[in-house]
Write a protein that binds this ligand. Sequence first.
Ligand code: ZN
Length: 336
Amino acid sequence: MTAPARLLNARLPRWVLPQAWPVKSGEPALATLTLAGGRVASVQPIGVPESLRPGDWDLGGAPVLPGLVDAHTHLDKTFTLPRMGPVQPGLLGAIDAMMTDRLGWTPDDVYARGSRALGWAYQAGCVHVRSHVDWWDPTGVPLAWEVLSALSKEWQGRIHLEQVSLIKLPLFQEVAQAHRLARQVRAAGPQARLGAFVHSSNWDEQALRNVFAAAAEAGLDVDLHVDEELNPHARGLAATVRIVRDTHFSGRVVCGHTCSLAMQPDTEAFATLDAVAQLPITLVSLPITNLLLQDAVTGRTPRQRGLTLLKEARSRGIPLLVASDNVQDPFCRVGS
Ligand SMILES: [Zn+2]
């Protein structure tokens, strides 16, 4: 199918409309979009009914959205569930199942699953995907990391693919090792970000400080899995705020999950959010996975939800994204 030259009668979301857009009886006018090189070259309100020219598509008032961003995925794990045996419910059970499956990973296996996921994402309108990649061995680069680097090049021009090292926090306890890990991540290229898994089961504030020091030295942005739990005493986000503020960290910071905020007393959670709002921190919520994963146990109905404080974050102007996280793996059995 050849790409259209113009899209007629397109309905745009209000937040992308140019200033001074004509609005009649509360409804914004439909638009004509002129396309060039796969991008929008101009947007015009329709003043008079248009006649179709070759290359025009008449959308008849259908909605048109900008390319979608999926800010948090796990392409290395996706589509592994069908080949697994029974999986214990909850986050830690899923981690155990994944560790066993990982023993059989080959570059071809990760490439096939990652390619399939990117194909689905592209068909769904995604133009920018960020994937975390499990990184458990401090002495070497995981094979999935190399595969993701190759996929990032292969998909250039269709999907901008970023890759984040998902390294458990204790591996940053030793300063020299923290810096070595950051340099290895940096070597993958400008699409790489430094990430860590921060959880009350592995909590170590000094290790988290080392993450930020190593990222600053390597010139990396940071993307954390943080407080993905219903434990109100999880303090990863609050500590991240302190560290970013104390060290004047100049990169971007993404904190994914932050489920435990929803379990804390309002005064405590809101104080943390007030501080987040003053810093270059973006929150990412992963509702599909966390609604299934948090409070999941055998023989009892889950009663608690894994959502962070979405409305409270937005009301403070904190950048907030919703992303897909896991797809058809032990962390999330559904999804696309
Ligand atoms: Zn994740």
